[in-house]
Design a protein around this ligand. Structure first.
Ligand SMILES: *Cc1c(COP(=O)(O)O)cnc(C)c1O
Length: 367
């Protein structure tokens, strides 16, 4: 065994957060045990109210995961077989998977190389008579140009489902992502900006009828117990997870501000490092990930070197959706998306990351 003189910095460390919040979390879980309201309990209802107030949206609907939130949003909008949904090829599979899951077809448009988000200027050329919706993803917490997306959707009569799995607390021109389209779909997977300690998700909408349908779909397609109207899902936000999320929600603004500060320090420190493109510090960016692009085919080599120095990194995402085995041969390749899959490298970031870790990483880069 070799001993390592350098610190180990994982891509994400949840321990400091748990250390700080443990007494409150344990007390919150204890209250659920005392009440035994494990399914759709008091904390679920209170969390839904608190998160709706935070997001500035009329309805917040807790579900079992971010993936389920996307699926239920599409189902509530009546999207299914024969329909097409326009989205980005450069995302986590759950985005395209949700479209395939309801029997619709994902239609990809390439990303903007400057933001790595779906390029709104390419949407109109991809619209066909079967197009029903646009599903933008606020990748890495960087808000997509929702003004442009909504203008295109209005012009062509399309629905908009925002994939906000990575953008809890991010804002587009001062408005929370997920509250601009017909639905916002959030994930509380533990690594997300607002993470549960298990699976969880949420739907946000300002539309009363859509909210009612989504609530019906999450409990086996029933508005009234034992009077099922359609095939729905067993997809409720767990009460214990809601209790944990209620402890964490009041911290989210401070935590996202810290993430932005980490990103600012990285950008400052990486300025002028040859062959590396740093992300723009756009307004409202929640920096779920801090992702650089490593040019000249040197990404994997850099990742290996950083690993040797104890610095954890990840490639989000190494394979664009259109090149996944499931969709192989069905799509042409998208130039900038393919390039991003070869260049993107996410560095360690969290809302508890300390300056000394950032300095250590920057120091290694400059060497
Ligand atoms: C995490 C994630 C999801 C899925 O969320 P789960 O809660 O894991 O189901 C969907 N889309 C994107 C972009 C994600 O990052």
């Amino acid at each position: 065994m070799t001993t390592t003189a350098h610190p180990q910095i994982p891509i994400l460390d949840l321990k400091p957060e748990i250390d700080e919040l443990r007494p409150e979390i344990m007390a919150a879980i204890g209250r659920v045990l005392d009440r035994t309201d494990f399914i759709m309990g008091e904390d679920v209802h209170l969390f839904e109210q608190e998160v709706a107030a935070y997001l500035g949206v009329k309805h917040a609907i807790g579900v079992n995961s971010g993936t389920d939130a996307l699926v239920i949003a599409l189902r509530a909008l009546g999207i299914g077989p024969g329909d097409e949904v326009i989205t980005t090829p450069f995302t986590f599979f759950a985005t395209a998977e949700s479209i395939s899951m309801v029997g619709a077809k994902p239609v990809f448009v390439d990303i903007d190389p400057a933001t790595l988000n779906l390029n709104p200027e390419l949407i109109e050329a991809a619209i066909t008579p079967n197009t029903r919706a646009i599903m933008p993803v606020h990748l890495y917490g960087n808000p997509v140009d929702m003004t442009r997306i909504m203008a295109i959707a209005d012009k062509h009569g399309l629905k908009v489902v925002e994939d906000c799995a990575q953008s809890f607390g991010a804002r587009w021109r001062g408005t929370q992502t997920g509250t601009i389209g017909d639905f916002g779909a959030y994930s509380f997977f533990p690594s997300k900006n607002l993470g549960a300690y298990g699976d969880g998700g949420l739907l946000a909408t300002n539309d009363d009828a859509l909210a009612d349908t989504a609530r019906m779909l999450r409990v086996h397609g029933s508005r009234k117990k034992y009077h099922n109207e359609t095939v729905g899902y067993n997809s409720r936000l767990d009460t214990i997870q809601a209790a944990i999320l209620r402890v964490k929600l009041p911290h989210i603004e401070k935590w996202n501000a810290h993430r932005r500060e980490v990103a600012r320090q990285y950008n400052e420190g990486l300025k002028g490092v040859e062959g590396i493109v740093t992300p723009e510090l756009t307004d409202g960016h929640a920096f779920h990930q801090y992702t650089i692009r490593v040019q000249n085919g040197r990404r994997d080599e850099l990742q290996r070197k950083l690993a040797e120095l104890g610095i954890g990194t990840m490639v989000y995402y190494p394979v664009p959706q259109d090149e996944l085995p499931i969709y192989k041969g069905q799509y042409r390749t998208y130039e900038y998306s393919s390039l991003a899959a070869k260049e993107a490298l996410s560095l360690p970031i969290s809302h508890f990351m300390e300056s000394k870790s950032i300095f250590y990483i920057l120091d290694r880069f400059n060497k």
